[in-house]
Design a protein. Structure first.
Length: 228
């Protein structure tokens, strides 16, 4: 079982849409929308959030993402009513990007703190280290740098699906890895590369799993991410 996600929004349609998008990247993750008021209007519902939390946590905890300020207050109230459970994290993250990044990490089997970090650093992968948050990579400890230059051969390049798959698998490793200068464990950062067929990827990794991580990227690229 993986870490679950709760998406809290003032709009039921927005919450459902974010869940639908994230589910494309993480089909095995419990993604629960908690949007709108109980009567269907705009707003946030304490009861909906509490119910969603119960559904999302299937054993490994849950991460909560919110849209606007009062949604944060509703989520905080829900956690207070539930006794501030240790297995729930309220992420300070962009709703859409954070949900996608967290879902990818959860799909890869990452622990609760790593899934929350993935959400919070979706648009700023260096933030976790600066804030003292848990990080997935192990730095240079345990081995030197491993590098490779690889060429994309699949027709669509590093688009959303392979970026999500790659970031998810790398996110479960004890490694710091960059691909063309961006965090290889961040699906959002990989997608910003706009790497098309024929693009060279400069991969650089440090940490205990550095060799394994670079070998993984090489295998995925040379297999065309299963799209050939």
């Amino acid at each position: 079982m993986s870490v679950g996600l709760v998406v809290v929004s003032h709009s039921a349609q927005l919450a459902a849409g974010v869940v639908e998008l994230a589910a494309q990247m993480a089909p095995d993750v419990s993604l629960i929308p908690a949007g709108g008021m109980d009567d269907g209007g705009l707003g946030t519902s304490l009861e909906k959030v509490m119910t969603a939390l119960g559904l999302a946590d299937t054993g490994n905890g849950a991460v909560v993402l919110t849209d606007l300020g009062s949604a944060v207050m509703t989520a905080e109230s829900a956690l207070e009513f539930l006794g501030d459970p240790e297995n729930v994290r309220l992420a300070d993250a962009p709703l859409v990007e954070g949900a996608v990044a967290a879902a990818v990490a959860a799909q890869a089997g990452a622990c609760l703190d790593v899934v929350c970090k993935a959400a919070e650093t979706a648009l700023n992968p260096g933030r976790g280290a600066a804030d003292g948050a848990p990080v997935a990579g192990g730095g240079a400890e345990g081995g030197g740098k491993v590098a490779a230059v690889l060429t994309l051969i699949n027709p669509m390049g590093l688009h959303a699906r392979p970026a999500a798959s790659l970031a998810g698998k790398l996110g479960a490793m004890d490694v710091d890895i960059e691909v063309n200068g961006v965090d290889g464990q961040s699906v959002m950062m990989l997608m910003t590369l706009g790497a098309a067929q024929g693009t060279e990827l400069a991969v650089s990794a440090t940490g205990p799993d550095a060799q394994q991580a670079v070998d993984l990227v090489r295998a995925e690229v040379e297999a065309g991410f299963g799209e050939l």
